[in-house]
Design a binder for this molecule. Structure first.
Ligand code: ADP
Ligand code: MG
Length: 320
């Protein structure tokens, strides 16, 4: 039988794996953590929960669950152009087995170390598996990229490729497995675009991370900014695996798939070359996919400029 841990052994097992960080005065072990914010920065706070079987397939490896739980939170900070600094981890598990925890931490801490993020506290409870991470980042005053700041005439851009994670999930639903390693990695190990988010300060106007599908998330920018967005269907970036699909199936995944964790942002037309050089410096692919217009809503245009009709609305929790 797997080694079982008491709550305090479990917390100690987490604590032992952490290094020191200069801006952490007091980490795990007291009633709460103490950190030192920078005097001339705003604090950016986000939280996201992953529930087993809802946000990741039940067979997902513990290390991938750890990575993804942190990645989705860092992606939110990236979309605000905030530098991630501290996180807390609320862990719910039916049992506290050492092997699962160690694997989970392998994934979680690999990403935390890569981004210089300190795990400063959390909570541990027994119940159906779920992970809540709260992430704290910093940004110079008024330089965060908000959803409500798109301007008329902006270009709309997206990083990376769209629809890969959704295709992976489709394979898993149909066959119970994901044989293509690239697709599996896009679902289980999303890359939060942290450096590129920081590079967009002073260049982009509005930004969001694509978690629920491009249509839904670009729609949030449009609505919050009281403007509209036109997307160019044939401009949407895709991997070779997506390119092999029939175009309707492919566009459904690109527009409404979700779990991409790419950045979608608007920037003035005059800054297009700055967007390109920032992307090159960060080794991130970036594609101009549309523009910000004044008539409300989101429209997808075909090659001849005709408006395509859309049946898929992106993934919504509690949607009937
Ligand atoms: P309290 O009863 O005061 O809430 P806990 O026993 O929940 O204290 O937590 C003790 C310490 O361990 C705290 O510093 C808390 O932040 C930390 N901690 C608990 N669970 C986790 C976890 N899953 N990950 C990181 N830190 C944790
Ligand atoms: Mg507690």
């Amino acid at each position: 039988m797997a080694e079982q841990l008491g709550e305090f052994d479990l917390i100690e097992r987490i604590r032992r794996r952490l290094g020191a960080q200069a801006d952490v005065v007091l980490g795990i072990g007291d009633d709460a953590a103490i950190v030192t914010p920078l005097p001339d920065r705003q604090l950016v706070v986000g939280t996201d929960t992953l529930v087993k079987g809802v946000h990741y397939p039940v067979e997902t490896a513990a290390a991938d669950v750890g990575w993804k739980a942190l990645a989705v939170n860092l992606s939110d900070l990236a979309a605000m152009a905030a530098r991630p600094r501290w996180v807390t981890l609320a862990l719910t598990r039916p049992e506290a087995d050492a092997a699962w925890l160690d694997d989970f931490l392998d994934g979680f801490l690999a990403l935390a170390v890569a981004h210089g993020v300190a795990l400063v506290g959390g909570d541990t409870t027994r119940g159906p598996e779920g992970i809540t991470v709260t992430a704290f980042g910093s940004v110079p005053a008024d330089q965060a990229l908000r959803r409500d700041a798109a301007r008329l005439g902006d270009d709309l851009w997206v990083t990376g490729t769209l629809g890969d994670a959704a295709l992976a999930l489709q394979h898993w639903r149909e066959t119970g497995r994901i044989e293509n390693d690239m697709l599996a990695a896009r679902l289980n190990r999303p890359t939060p675009r942290v450096a590129f988010g920081l590079a967009l300060r002073g260049i982009a106007h509005a930004a969001i991370d694509v978690s629920d599908g491009l249509l839904a998330d670009a729609g949030h920018i449009a609505r919050a900014s009281s403007l509209g967005i036109e997307l160019q269907a044939d401009a949407l970036p895709m991997s070779d695996d997506l390119a092999a699909l029939p175009s309707l199936a492919r566009q459904g995944l690109q527009l409404a798939g979700g779990d991409d964790y790419e950045l979608c942002f608007s920037a003035p037309v005059a800054k297009a070359s700055q967007v390109q050089s920032a992307a090159e410096a960060c080794d991130v692919r970036v594609t101009r996919i549309g523009r910000v217009v004044d008539s409300a809503g989101i429209r997808v245009l075909g090659p001849g400029g005709q408006v395509l009709s859309l049946s898929e609305q992106g993934y919504r929790h509690f949607a009937s």
